[in-house]
Write a protein that binds this ligand. Structure first.
Ligand code: ZN
Length: 158
């Protein structure tokens, strides 16, 4: 499998014609990554349900080489992270936390738009899921148990 072949099947999946210039752009933009890495990035892109400015999800649009490069890079960071056990935040947050100014907190309190609140970034959720060997849904429960365990430990040491 080559990046050119992945471009061809991906374009076809989005009912787009094969364009030589586009194919070259994929080859150029993704030359630092293996075909397997590029394919994994395409798979992840297609699952992306984040709405774009026009309301359509990002995953419903043909990805650009830069989109896939960012995902490939992130996958490599996650791999390094998994091996070293060290948390590496993504570029969208501050050490795994993002500030939000609307919606509700996990406890259901309305967020004051003047003050805002912090929310765990997806990169930190991913990291902790690997750390605890659990799914994102199981994570709050794991964290709660982990905190309880630590509190008991502290109590014993006092
Ligand atoms: Zn992040």
């Amino acid at each position: 499998m080559t990046v050119a072949q992945i471009y061809k099947t991906t374009a076809a999946a989005y009912s787009r014609p094969f364009v030589d210039d586009q194919c070259n752009a994929w080859n150029r933009g993704l030359k630092d990554f293996t075909a397997a890495e590029v394919q994994a990035a395409v798979d992840q892109w297609q699952r992306n349900t984040t709405p774009d400015f026009d309301g359509r999800t990002l995953g419903s649009k043909l990805p650009q080489p830069a989109d896939l490069r960012a995902i490939c890079q992130r996958h490599r960071e996650q791999e390094t992270q998994r091996k070293s056990g060290k948390f590496i935040p993504c570029s969208q947050c501050e050490e795994g936390w993002v500030r939000i100014f609307e919606g509700r907190t996990p406890r259901g309190n309305l967020i004051d738009p003047k003050v805002g609140a912090v929310k765990m970034c997806q990169c930190r959720i991913d990291y902790l899921c690997v750390f605890f060997h659990c799914t994102a849904e199981e994570l709050p429960e794991r964290l709660r148990k982990h905190r309880e365990g630590r509190a008991k430990q502290k109590h014993r040491n006092e």
